[in-house]
Design a protein around this ligand. Structure first.
Ligand code: UDX
Length: 433
């Protein structure tokens, strides 16, 4: 065993496994516990149950420092610091479901020696409630900011590390700070409630930026401006910044939709009406549906039209379908009577069963065969390398709606496509028949 502090991880999902792999890479002994036996068995065989670039390799390179178990006692015996990385999905009320967090806390009831480090995204006030129930427990809030698809890079190169501990647990906070120090990044030491709010506010603000630029895009379409140019010009102002100003067909994933709603509900539960977040959510919902209008503008009724979706995952480099725009879009298209065919290089398997009677194609070109239009839903890198001239020749009508403003309009135009992005003027080689 190394001299470094052993680390316990509870919950072997995206955040938990990345945390486990990265701390093992830094030389720590790590015990990761998950309640799902099949997941633990798969990890023991070196298999991942989801797609995250580089993660399987990092786990295998550090195999000798990693133990996977279903037994919480293995974690408690080995590590003082327990990183809680269980999921907190939305409930029917829109509040975060804390049942998995609570069951971990129940496991610690009789224990006074451990530090609970909360990485799961929880409503502000959760730390205080847990400490009221378990006064002896040292509690640190250390929210995670990693993004799917670049999770390892994000974990290993944090811009900031937030460590929230109240005065009586300052030493526990120091232990967590020590663990993260080799990674660099600004260290933000704060109280627990503020750390919890930093996470929720960060996600809500990023989501607000996206909905804002999507509304700007919609206005750009009305006035003949190009949202890409507008975002560039705005983003050069350091007070605004260029990130998260990519207009498209809305944000999805396991965090933004859930956390924006959870913050709205959290505020509402205290009697405060967080008006801005209502608009962020509504803009995002409508943005996914605008694509249907764009298709109808070109094709008229969609009844019997064959529409191809390129990409299904909520963003590239992940197989995560949670709150993916493709779910709403494919349902709306089927609702309008269209025949929908889709291709995603990684998410297709997980998407089956979520998309109604959508036909899955084996390749991008296969999806486009005979299609009346194609919608680029997820900006997988391989789509930019597609032979678009060949694609145009295979389609019934060469019409492309670029839901992520990802492809080069000139290339598409030269290939014979009518191209329409989000917040841009339509470029057309010839009228769609
Ligand atoms: C997000 C946060 O970025 C991360 O800090 C937090 O820990 C978890 O939630 P993630 O959900 O992995 O990460 O994806 P992210 O890259 O942030 O994208 C979220 C969604 O917003 C995607 O659907 C993406 O397509 C969309 N998006 C992002 C835009 O539409 N425009 C942008 O400019 C950026």
């Amino acid at each position: 065993m190394s001299d470094l502090q052993p680390v316990g991880v509870v919950g072997a999902g995206w955040v938990g496994l990345v945390t486990a792999a990265c701390f093992a890479e830094l030389g720590h002994t790590v015990v990761a516990r998950d309640i799902v036996q099949e997941k633990v068995d798969a990890l023991d065989r070196g298999e991942l149950t989801f797609h995250e670039p580089g993660l399987a390799d990092l786990l295998s390179q550090n195999r000798e420092r990693l133990t996977f178990t279903t037994d919480i006692a293995d974690v408690l015996e080995t590590a003082k610091l327990l990183f809680v990385c269980v999921d907190t999905p939305p409930t029917y009320s829109g509040d975060a479901d804390l049942s998995r967090v609570r069951s971990v806390v129940d496991d610690l009831r009789s224990d006074g020696d451990h530090v609970l480090v909360m990485k799961s995204t929880v409503p502000a006030g959760t730390g205080e409630t847990i400490r009221r129930d378990l006064p002896g427990l040292a509690y640190v809030s250390c929210p995670e900011f990693l993004k799917e698809g670049t999770a390892i890079k994000d974990f290993m190169n944090p811009e900031r590390v937030v460590v929230g501990a109240d005065a009586e647990h300052g030493e526990a906070g120091d232990l967590v700070e020590e663990l993260y120090r080799p990674l660099g990044g600004e260290m933000v030491r704060t109280d627990v409630a503020s750390a919890e709010m930093i996470k929720l506010a960060s996600n809500a603000f990023l989501a607000t930026k996206i909905s804002f630029i999507n509304e700007i895009a919609n206005v750009c379409e009305e006035v003949g401006a190009d949202v890409g140019e507008v975002a560039l010009g705005m983003g050069l102002d350091s007070r605004i910044g260029p990130a998260f100003l990519k207009a498209g067909i809305g944000f999805g994933g396991s965090c933004f939709p859930k956390d924006v709603n959870a913050l709205k509900m959290l505020a509402g539960n205290t009697g405060y009406h967080f008006q801005l977040l209502n608009a962020v959510i509504e803009v995002n919902e409508l943005q996914k549906r605008r694509v249907v209008g764009k298709l109808q503008k070109h094709l008229g009724s969609l009844v019997g039209k064959r529409i191809a979706l390129l990409g299904l995952a909520f963003k590239p480099d992940t197989d995560d379908m949670r709150e993916a725009s493709s779910l709403v879009l494919s349902a709306r298209l089927q609702g309008e009577g269209a025949e929908v065919v889709a291709f995603d290089p990684v998410a297709a398997k997980g998407a089956e069963g979520l998309l109604g009677s959508v036909t899955m194609a084996d390749s991008a070109l296969g999806a486009l065969d005979g299609a009346d239009a194609v919608v680029l839903v997820t900006e997988w890198a391989e789509f930019s390398d597609l032979d678009w001239t060949e694609a145009a020749s295979q389609m019934a009508r060469p019409l492309l709606i670029d839901g992520r403003n990802f492809l080069d309009p000139e290339t598409l135009h030269a290939a014979g496509f009518t191209y329409e992005g989000i917040g841009k003027s339509v470029s057309s080689s010839a009228p769609v028949a």
